[in-house]
Design a protein around this ligand. Sequence first.
Ligand SMILES: [Zn+2]
Length: 437
Amino acid sequence: MEQSREQNASNNIISKARKVLTKYPLCDHCLGRLFAKLGLDLRNDERGKAIKTLLQMILHQELREEKINKEELRKYALNAGDPITRLYQKIFEEKITSLTCYICNNKLSQEYFEELAEKIASLLNEYNAYTFILGVSVPQELVLREIEVSSIIGLETSESIKNEIKREVGKIIKYKYGFEPDFTYPDVTAIIDYVTNEIRLVVNPILIEGRYWKRGRNISHTIWVSRTGTREYPYSLEEFFNDRLKEVFEAERIILHASGREDVDARMLGTGRPMVLEIKNPRFRYVDLDLVNELLKSTLIEAVIHGKSSRLRIEYLKGEGSKKKKAYKILIYTKDPVTNDDLRRLEEFFKNRVVHQRTPLRILRRKKDTLRVRRVYLVKTTKITDHLFEALVYCDGGLYVKELVHGDNERTMPNFSEVLNTRATPLELDVISVETL
Ligand SMILES: [Zn+2]
């Protein structure tokens, strides 16, 4: 029982190999690849060579027993090459040149892998990259030839030529040149063009995370250009990051992903706002964070980077994360004088109060009209003059604070104007806390 099972397994491999080799010339790599899922820690050319060696022994025996003739052996020698050509030459004293591999045209070899690895390693060096992932682009005809061959014996044990190239080249890059494969967040993706042998490098962006402060007003997030093509505001946060960091990373540009955004005329003080910087196409990746933080020190805009980030974090910061609670400080002017009692009433009223807001009139051109429901948790006021007071507002993220004050033609209900029974106008707005995520 045990013996026949063993026989079946080896018969199976050999008979499949014979079936393929009577039809197609295949190099060691391409033959071995048909059995890639059998055996561990073997290269495909080792598999191919082993099968051909065993086949030579079998064919030798069959020849002696006259089960096959010269012509049949010749056919195997042409398609399989060494070591079956050796058998043929030895017995029939006739030189024979094997055919080129039907799938790879004899392109696959250890030298070919070495050459590719060397090229890629030098590119990785040039881009100061440490982690990598490989891709291979092969022509359609090759893929079809590969499927044609492997479908003869079933596809369960085979792998693709792309896989073999990626693995073999990847191993050399790792063990000979010391770079690290990374399948999730590689520094660089190197794509091998099978036909031209050229390497295309896709440099992945660097994502770093931290917080920023904006101590001046009229600074936009990105460059804000009006319809007539002139700039609306002299400076933007994104320009600041580009001015400060583009050079050290030798990057193409830097993109700011912030967790929500304050109005252009509002400052961002206190805790600062969480953000991720995306450094596009960097030539230098491993820039010391202390240096980055040194470069981001400034009086008007400032930022601190805590560490590496990810696409998932950006998604979170811009989605769920932006709904975290915020605190604002607002300087408010009232049309009629307000008393301390009025202000105590305002504070009482807005303790834990739900506010309904239709999309503010000022942004109705850009955004569709929807109803937003947010909560105000706390309002603390300080009277400055009869017409001027300062309010600290602690509320859900995404609440339109200016509209909470003036009411926006009753599109925000309730609002400060309504409760104070006079028109309240926000003069200055600062964000002082964006809750930790
Ligand atoms: Zn081949």
